[in-house]
Every structure is written in structure tokens, then in C-alpha cells.
Design a protein. Structure first.
Length: 156
């Protein structure tokens, strides 16, 4: 449905994305700008093996609940060796920059943990993010020296 962006392509394509998705070239259709899709459609994981990874589904976030801070979504992250029992309140930080506008955010709420069947989710990090307004967003997760950047469409 959406074009796939490989990790190495983000740095090369970023200037083009910023132009194509700039407020002067405002988009109303998710097909107008590429979003990040899973590296492995079977697991919905995006990111490098051995580094921070995120569960993402085709990059589109629509019909999200809203509050005074914007559009809210839960984001699950994986990190090699992460253990719920050893780090129940992980120090993962999330920030975002709107690619088709000027809005930004730094998520203030603390991350927590999530665990499940080791063959499926296993131990994971859970964050809530509040996206101030709809559009194309570059999100950055940072944990234990590992950084992951991905692009999502947030729509009504």
C-alpha cells in the first residue's frame, strides 16, 4: 500500500522528503509521501537486527483517540537483551518532527514494559505518544545509545 523505506535510504531521501512533504507542498493523501513499513511483514518489525526496533503496520495511523495534547498512540519497541524484570521502567525517549508542517514534540510520559509469548512479542518496551496534529511525522526513538527513525502518516 505504501512505499517501503530502507534504513540506509532515510539519510539519502531526507532532503527530498522534507521538500515533498513541506508545508509549501502540503499533502492530504498518504500516497503523496513515503512512510516506513515493516522490514518483516510477518512480525511487523522495522529496524536493524541488534538495535532498537519498532512494531509498525504500514506506517499509517488513523482513527486514533484524541485529547488536549493531540492524537494518542501506543508504540511497542524491541531491543536486544531487554528484560522486563531487569528494566521495568526503561529510559526510552521519543520525539517527533512534522514533515509537512512545523510542529514538533518530545514525549514526556515515561516508557513502561510489555511482555508476552516469547515466540511472538516477548519482552518489549511500551511508550505512549501524543502527536499534536495530523500529517507526516518523523519519529525518533532513543534507548541505550541506539537510535531509530521512522516516518508515519497520522490522519483523522
Amino acid at each position: 500500500m505504501f512505499p517501503k523505506i530502507q534504513p540506509a535510504s532515510v539519510l539519502i531521501l531526507l532532503p527530498f522528503l522534507l521538500f515533498a512533504c513541506s508545508s509549501a507542498n502540503a499533502v492530504s493523501n498518504p500516497a503523496d509521501c513515503p512512510v516506513t513499513t515493516p522490514d518483516d511483514p510477518e512480525t511487523d518489525l522495522y529496524g536493524p537486527e541488534g538495535g532498537l526496533r519498532v512494531f509498525i503496520n504500514e506506517g499509517g495511523w488513523v482513527d486514533l483517540p484524541q485529547d488536549e495534547h493531540g492524537y494518542f498512540n501506543k508504540v511497542f519497541w524491541k531491543y536486544p537483551g531487554y528484560s522486563v524484570t531487569e528494566d521495568p521502567r526503561p529510559g526510552l525517549k521519543v520525539s517527533g518532527k512534522q514533515l509537512d508542517g512545523t510542529a514538533t514534540f518530545v514525549e514526556a510520559s515515561p516508557a513502561t514494559n510489555a511482555f508476552g509469548n516469547p515466540d511472538l512479542l516477548g519482552d518489549a518496551i511500551l511508550t505512549g505518544v501524543s502527536i499534536p496534529k495530523p500529517g507526516y511525522w518523523q519519529l525518533i526513538g532513543e534507548y541505550r545509545g541506539s537510535q531509530l527513525t521512522f516516518v508515519v502518516w497520522v490522519g483523522d
